[in-house]
Design a protein around this ligand. Sequence first.
Ligand code: CA
Length: 205
Amino acid sequence: MRNAMTVVALAGAASVAAAQSTVYFSDFEADGGGFTASGVNGDWERGIPVGADGSALGGFASSAPVGGFSGDFVWGTGIGALHGVGSDEQLSQNFDFSGLTDISLSFQEWSDSGSSTFDMASVIVNGDQLYLSDGDSMDAWRAVNLDLNAYAGLSSVDITFNFTSTTVVERTGWYIDDVEIRAVPAPASLALLGLGGLAAARRRR
Ligand SMILES: [Ca+2]
């Protein structure tokens, strides 16, 4: 009987190792998903975009989405408004990657900031720029996938959606939805899971 339980416990641990699972996800429908907005212009807002046209708002021709990639709500650099002038805007959250490996970050972006040279939409992780949007997702949502393995095991990982703009050419900006972090437990954590499973099995005897 004990042998059978051991096999079950180890099989459970092995199945955890086989695939990534979601360790963080927000579609921003209920709330801001734990992200904090800061910046000189207060551009980052959670809300429901309504397909604003940049030229109608006094900026350059550009378009905001209607609703989110999922549901209605997104984070955007201005909801129903152009992004700011001379913006330096952060949407940030600190994550604990202790005991995690094979970590990836994915999100949906709608980018209509027009440039990756002057106005810049980027993802910065612990000070490293891991992604720079080309500033034009062609009036559609598109998926972005980033490898965060360099930060595996760190107890403090700051992920920032960073938006900066010059003082000319304002557009509808950058919109973010469905942010997800996937990972698998590191071997040390798996060993603990396995031992925990065995201990639990023995207690049940
Ligand atoms: Ca959403």
